[in-house]
Design a protein around this ligand. Structure first.
Ligand code: GLV
Ligand code: MN
Ligand code: MN
Length: 412
């Protein structure tokens, strides 16, 4: 089957979607259920409709666009990713999997392919944790990894619960209906930028993912004692920021000390109160993200961090509260999907690398309910979650082409 990717159209669509942003170009900020996100969703649904796909949205706002196969009752083959973007991000994270998936479907249609199993393109809600503190809200709920009750304990920075926010955005169904029935997908495959430097460094243009690392997230509140920056003598201080600084370094060291490339830890949020130059910090809020491809190793790191929190609290006489938001297990990609991807690469004579994903993705949760796999394309210097994130037109088109062949194999 000769399939052709309409590269110009795909690139134009990526640029158009990047225009739906709350940051100045080239940065993209598209937080879930903001007015900008809702406009982007409407635009993308219009693209899906134009391509003749059947649209359905669930109560958390996951969008399903289906190309109905000749055996319409058979489990579908899923593909897709997310279009929400963290503050000051780039235009390719998630988007390549959604618009690349759309173009793969269009290429299959143009090539005269008729799927036996339906092919379903999914836009997952809130892959990014920006608004509710936990990533992959949509795929967690539809895979049944997260219960609606637990989802409703999450709130945004203004104190609005997931339920309030999604209803306000027009998604009024019941969250308990989001979970998909068993055997809904016969396979799921996600195209994504690598978000790391390995493909580029090794001059290989495609990566087939074998394992997806999983995150654990902590919210840590350090409370000390505030006061006058001149008046309070050093021996009397309980400076929350100084304690938090030790905690931040302890978290970094806990990951470094494993000596393993797959263990990573980041403190990405540090809010200081009251935040005045002449006032001793009385409270600090931290958010930490700890990941690994090995669950046992990540759990050891978590224990090391817990011990460090206790030590710092005791020594500095501050209170340290730690809330575990999520601690997910890593996933192996399914051999069925890996083989379909590898066979497509071989047929097209594209070399590929087998690699792990150190970023998490909706596929982590899709792997709980279906054989799942991922295809990576390089991004310049591995930059991601920053405005200069870049994937080349040739790489994007190549990824979409391999995806199209893989979807054909899985649904044929
Ligand atoms: C996803 O955006 C991640 O943080 O890995
Ligand atoms: Mn991301
Ligand atoms: Mn992503």
């Amino acid at each position: 089957m000769k399939l052709l990717i309409d590269r110009e159209r795909l690139l134009t669509e990526i640029e158009t979607l990047a225009g739906y942003s709350d940051a100045e170009a080239p940065a993209v900020t598209r937080i879930v259920f903001t007015a900008t996100d809702l406009k982007a969703r409407a635009w993308i649904i219009s693209r899906f409709e134009e391509s003749g796909l059947e649209i359905r949205q669930d109560a958390i706002g996951n969008i399903f666009a289906r190309w109905v196969g000749s055996d319409s009752r058979a489990p579908a083959v899923g593909t897709g990713s997310h279009i929400d973007a963290i503050p000051n991000a780039g235009k390719y994270d998630g988007v390549v999997g959604v618009l690349g998936g759309l173009e793969a479907i269009r290429a299959l249609r143009r090539g005269g392919f008729r799927p036996k199993s339906s092919i379903e393109l999914v836009v997952f809600t809130s892959e990014e944790p920006t608004r509710f503190g936990v990533g992959c809200l949509g795929s967690r709920l539809l895979s049944g990894t997260l219960s609606p009750e637990k989802a409703n304990t999450f709130s945004d920075g203004d104190g609005h619960s997931v339920d309030e926010v999604r209803r306000g955005a027009g998604f009024s169904g019941e969250l308990c209906d989001v979970k998909l029935p068993g055997n809904y997908y016969r396979a799921f495959v996600e195209l994504h930028i690598e978000q790391g430097p390995l493909l580029e460094r090794q001059s290989v243009r495609l990566g087939i993912v074998s394992r997806i690392a999983a995150p654990a997230s902590l919210r840590i509140v350090v409370e000390g004692s505030g006061g006058h920056a001149g008046g309070v003598l050093m021996p009397d201080r309980k400076d929350a920021l100084c304690a938090a600084s030790e905690i931040i370094l302890a978290i970094e060291n806990a990951a470094r000390d494993t000596g393993e490339v797959d263990t990573v830890a980041t403190v990405g949020v540090c809010e200081v109160f009251p935040g005045a130059v002449n006032s001793i910090p009385s409270r600090v809020n931290l958010a930490a993200d700890i990941r690994d491809t090995s669950l046992a190793r990540r759990d050891e790191v978590m224990q090391t961090i817990e011990r460090a929190l206790r030590t710092v609290a005791e020594r500095r006489q501050v209170s340290v509260q730690c809330q575990l938001l999520n601690a997910d297990a890593p996933a192996d990609c399914a051999s069925k999907v890996i083989e379909a991807l590898a066979e497509s690469c071989r047929e097209l004579e594209f070399p590929y690398l087998s690699m792990v994903s150190r970023a998490y993705h909706d596929s982590l949760f899709m792997s709980r309910i279906a054989p799942a796999g991922m295809l990576f394309i390089p991004c310049h210097k591995g930059y991601s979650h920053r405005p200069d994130e870049y994937a080349s037109p040739a790489d994007i088109a190549r990824g979409a082409l391999v995806l199209a062949h893989t979807l054909a194999k899985l649904s044929g």
